[in-house]
Design a protein around this ligand. Structure first.
Ligand code: NAD
Ligand code: 89V
Length: 344
């Protein structure tokens, strides 16, 4: 099989994981990198032995010589870079959050669709081993038809040391972390009809909200709660685990701290360890996220080769992104927001 050649734009904090992930992926490799900051370009280029280096994305695309681009910059540059990829007919991966606004995200999906190129959002949390394990239990039917769920991420971890920009934005936890939890809610329980949200800022040293509680009405009739917090101090820090509770007509699923999966139905209770693998380049507690980076990048490579749609395509991610917008609107107005009206 021919190896796909990729270019990575944005050599910052998280791109290190993406570069390691590409080293492990079979069927693809990174042949060029770009960062407007020469220092980051040198660090990543030297570490991963990449010779083709650019400080300007326009120059990278003009030179070409790659089959896809992996955009690992922060949100402000996503629309321009995805549209540049579409203009050059280059399939693109874009980090989350997809865009600054829903209308930008819709324009990005349209640009890639019109150019006939695949677009995937790097929404990796649904690719985590424990989340895939929950999905497999649901698919097996052993808990019957789900009617209630809770997707919970409560932590006191200092995310600001690695990602200082998170303390500066007017929006914080829903846009940065809740976006993953909302995507997991869609992945496990289906698309959402309406939602109601409440937010709080507990940490006085940041600008945005660090606590959110969101009530979701799924199209299937399931009711779920997404609750996220970076203001929760626990005896054993759970970062970055998403805990899951799902009740079904025939039984229950509980994914609890320490990657413990408990499934109960009329037959009995089964308990499994669904810990992620500690990849050779990974480190705890990030290994759960790091393994999912490798998994989503392998998925992209396989789907690009077979020309099939990815699980977190741009079109799919519009529905997750709309939940983020709806949550902020609901928190600001105090009202329930109808997703149909928002997505048009
Ligand atoms: P960062 O600021 O450390 O790195 C971004 C890099 O992009 C910087 O080096 C910057 O110089 C470069 N850059 C920005 N605009 C550019 C442009 N137009 N052309 C070339 N280079 C440009 O940010 P980060 O913490 O690595 O986050 C990057 C993205 O990854 C964010 O969108 C963030 O939300 C996301 N992220 C995702 C996960 C996850 O688990 N999925 C985890 C952390 C961060
Ligand atoms: O996904 C993210 O962008 C990260 C983290 C997982 C730490 O919230 O900010």
């Amino acid at each position: 099989m021919m190896e796909l050649r990729g270019a990575l734009i944005g050599c910052g904090f998280f791109a290190i994981n993406q570069m390691h992930g590409w080293n492990d992926v079979s069927g693809a490799k990174i042949v060029a990198i770009c960062d407007r900051d020469p220092k980051r370009l040198r660090i990543v280029g030297d570490h991963f032995s990449i010779e083709r280096r650019y400080t300007d994305a326009g120059a990278l695309f003009a030179d070409g010589g790659f089959d896809f681009v992996d955009i690992a910059t922060t949100v402000g540059s996503h629309r321009a870079l995805v549209e540049m990829a579409a203009a050059h007919k280059v399939p693109a991966i874009c980090q989350k959050p997809f865009a600054k606004t829903l209308s930008d995200a819709q324009a990005m999906v349209k640009a890639c669709r019109d150019a006939g190129v695949p677009l995937m959002v790097h929404e990796n949390f649904r690719w985590q081993t424990p989340i895939q394990a929950v999905r497999a239990v649901l698919d097996s039917g052993v808990i019957g038809t789900p009617f209630w769920g809770r997707l919970s991420f409560r932590s006191g971890y200092d995310v600001f040391s690695g990602q200082p920009y998170l303390a500066e934005g007017e929006r914080f936890i829903i846009e940065d972390l809740g976006i993953h939890t909302l995507d997991i809610a869609r992945f496990l329980l289906g698309d959402v009809k309406s939602l109601t949200a409440r937010t709080k800022r507990v940490n006085p040293r940041i600008r945005g909200e660090d606590v959110a509680t969101i009530l979701l009405d799924h199209e299937s009739g399931v009711t779920s709660i997404v609750d996220v917090s970076y203001a929760t101090k626990l005896s054993t820090e759970p970062f970055p685990e998403t805990l899951v509770e799902i009740d079904g007509s025939e039984g229950t699923i509980r994914l609890s701290q320490g990657y413990r999966l408990e499934v109960t139905n009329g037959v009995g209770t089964e308990i499994k360890d669904v810990s992620p693998k500690l990849l050779s380049w990974a480190s705890r507690p990030w290994h759960n996220i790091q393994e999912s980076v490798y998994a989503i990048q392998q998925h992209w490579t396989d789907r690009l080769a077979s020309r099939e749609e990815t699980s977190t395509s741009g079109a799919d991610n519009l529905k997750t992104f709309a939940l983020v917008e709806a949550a902020y609107e609901s928190a600001a107005t105090g009202k329930t927001v109808d997703l149909g009206a928002l997505l048009g």
